[in-house]
Design a protein around this ligand. Structure first.
Ligand code: ZN
Length: 319
């Protein structure tokens, strides 16, 4: 006849059995099953990796050096979204190709807009004469999607990602909180480096040209004036008139350097350099990271690489 004690043990075992699915999931997770999530492009995917750490497996739809404005999704992308527990997007109209993909994937995963809480700058507000003169007149009322180019905004991305991961995977919340805190401290350091580098560039040389208007937030945060023949999206091409106007501006304002972009065809910038006499200052990573072996495999490396190229090209006066 079973004693009270063994009966209690038996009941306890029954209780444990009843909660097995949750326990099994926790155990599975401890054995290395990671939370599958999707991010729309490489910069955002890096933020998610930094906060998610070992607990999260991140798929980036648009890969290294890819253009997130114009992208043709693949069947593999739909599959990744269907399997994901969370889908992270930039928002601010960066990913015009995404809603249809989300719909066709059939996913029920929450969509997390990483720029939530960021005050967008309007594309037209920057207002140089070349901007927005592409297809269909001007760009009034369009939000500039490139919010990640300011490190203050990167902090908002990180906080949104931390909160979304903690809600989707409560067992990992402490880990996400700790990762985010450590990463935010690293961002503070990089922000200090960027500001110090800008301060070393003479004020009258803080001007440069890029292919498309990806640096509106950078301009506002750090005070380097970038002018671009192409608007805030790469969807519309720069017109001959825009390019001619930029060349005039480079000559008149003695803009020291023009920069290539990793996501854009170099031809336009090479033409502007040739016809204006400005030097090519190197390649900036605007809308995508490099691959892991390149100079901008993470967001932090991207910001460090960009400011280093900018300082090299702009700091030195004419010989
Ligand atoms: Zn862009």
């Amino acid at each position: 006849m079973p004693s009270r004690r063994s009966l209690a043990a038996y009941l306890f075992a029954g209780l444990a059995l009843a909660t097995l699915p949750a326990a099994a999931f926790a155990q599975e997770n401890a054995q290395g099953t990671k939370l599958p999530v999707v991010a729309s492009f490489s910069v955002l995917a890096d933020f998610v990796k930094q906060v998610g750490g070992e607990r999260v497996s991140v798929t980036s739809l648009v890969g290294p050096n890819g253009d997130a404005h114009v992208y043709s999704p693949t069947p593999a992308d739909a599959k990744a979204i269907a399997a994901a527990k969370l889908v992270f997007i930039n928002g601010l109209h960066l990913e015009g190709w995404l809603p249809r993909l989300i719909k066709s994937s059939g996913t029920k995963a929450p969509l997390v807009t990483a720029t939530k809480g960021i005050k967008p700058i309007e594309a037209a507000e920057e207002g140089h004469e070349a901007r927005g003169s592409g297809k269909g007149g001007h760009d009034h009322g369009h939000d500039d999607p490139h919010a990640w180019q300011s490190i203050a905004n990167a902090r908002v991305y990180v906080a949104n990602i931390r909160d979304a991961l903690g809600a989707a995977d409560p067992a990992g919340k402490a880990s996400y909180d700790a990762n985010a805190t450590a990463y935010l401290a690293r961002l503070d350091v990089v922000e200090g480096e960027v500001k110090a580098a800008v301060a070393r560039i003479p004020a009258d040389r803080r001007r440069a040209i890029t292919t498309h208007d990806a640096f509106g937030y950078f301009i506002k945060a750090y005070g380097i004036a970038f002018i671009a023949p192409q608007g805030v999206s790469t969807e519309s091409e720069a017109s001959a008139k825009d390019v001619a106007s930029i060349i005039r501006q480079v000559k008149a304002q003695k803009v020291p350097a023009v920069f290539l972009e990793n996501i854009s065809n170099p031809r336009l910038i090479e033409q502007i350099a040739r016809e204006s006499g400005a030097k090519i200052g190197g390649t900036l990573y605007s809308d995508a990271l490099s691959d892991a072996s390149g100079p901008a495999g993470t967001y932090i490396d991207m910001m460090k690489h960009n400011i280093s190229e900018i300082e090299k090209a702009l700091a030195a006066g004419p010989a």
